[in-house]
Design a protein around this ligand. Structure first.
Ligand code: MG
Length: 297
């Protein structure tokens, strides 16, 4: 099952290429939906999945509350996360190596996950413009990433139980101002300007998540492929990330974890290929589809 947040903020279900408006379907079929937003569905837990699926299927069969996906302009799956997006840094070895020389950092694999956060106000929808902020940065960069959505609260989650706490996954573009990243030592500001977290368009539920080796994470700028990696290349895999992040700190249903970006970011090229106004950047994660955003002055 795939889910999305519709233009009106309410829950959509994607079945094949058709989007079902769950709230409208409930109205048409006189069924009270188990959740009316994607965030509410995540909070409701696994028990809400089957009834939402059943309602969506009935609506599809009857042809009500349905539209082709191409006619929908989704919002970010969770437009206003309840707290900062949790992010992994340097979680693909080839990316750690490409930035080592440029940032005067180590190209070794980190011994422990590198963790930082992005402000909730950075989140934007697919298609929404990323401001170039030329007054503040001359080094605007992209980072294609798979983002996990946590589905169940938990602390001290054992690696072997980690997947039980995952609702599903989506795509995120961890837009970064490389000069601010360096200037301020901590990465928070460089990663948190408004618009620096395009997310979506859909969330793939864990029940239909492909194996890590079958998930590709890609980025294209103006049609040119810049990044391409397999999700099984992570240095710290999903069970490890969740075990480490939840050690002594409660992970909450609805938390978003950006799992890191592969090689091919703009700063890794010589000369660098930073984003400019007029560019279009596409993050493509298997199952999620294209997260396409223009860059504007
Ligand atoms: Mg990143």
């Amino acid at each position: 099952m795939k889910f999305l947040t519709l233009e009106n903020g309410q829950l959509g279900v994607l079945l094949d290429d058709i989007v079902i408006d769950v709230v409208a379907a409930g109205r048409d079929l006189s069924v009270r939906p188990a959740a009316d937003t994607l965030e509410a569905l995540v909070q409701a837990g696994d028990k809400a999945i089957a009834p939402v699926r059943s309602l969506a299927q009935q609506a599809l069969d009857k042809g009500c509350a349905c539209r082709p996906f191409s006619e929908v302009k989704p919002m970010a799956p969770i437009p206003v996360p309840r707290r900062n997006i949790l992010c992994l840094g340097k979680n693909y070895l080839d990316h750690a190596q490409e930035i080592a020389a440029k940032m005067q950092t180590s190209g070794e694999a980190p011994r422990q996950p590198i963790i930082f956060t992005k402000a909730t106000t950075a989140v934007i929808a697919p298609g929404e413009p990323v401001p170039a902020y030329q007054a503040y940065t001359q080094k605007l960069d992209y980072e294609a990433e798979l983002a996990l959505i946590i589905g169940k609260d938990g602390r001290d989650i054992a690696a072997e139980d980690a997947w039980d706490h995952v609702f599903g996954y989506t795509a995120i573009n961890d837009i970064s101002a490389r000069d601010l990243q360096k200037d301020h030592y901590q990465w928070f500001r460089a990663k948190s300007l408004d618009g620096f977290a395009p997310m979506g368009p859909v969330v793939v539920h864990r029940s239909v998540m492909p194996a890590p080796e079958d998930i590709e994470v890609k980025c294209f700028v103006n049609g040119e492929q810049r990044q391409s990696a397999n999700f099984n290349q992570l240095i710290f895999d999903v069970p490890t990330i969740i075990a480490v992040l939840s050690a002594g700190m409660t992970l909450l249903a609805g938390d978003i974890i950006a799992t890191g970006t592969p090689a091919g970011v703009g700063m890794g090229f010589t000369p660098p290929k930073y984003l400019q106004p007029g560019d279009e950047v596409v993050v493509d994660v298997t199952g999620v589809g294209e997260l396409r955003n223009p860059v504007v002055a």
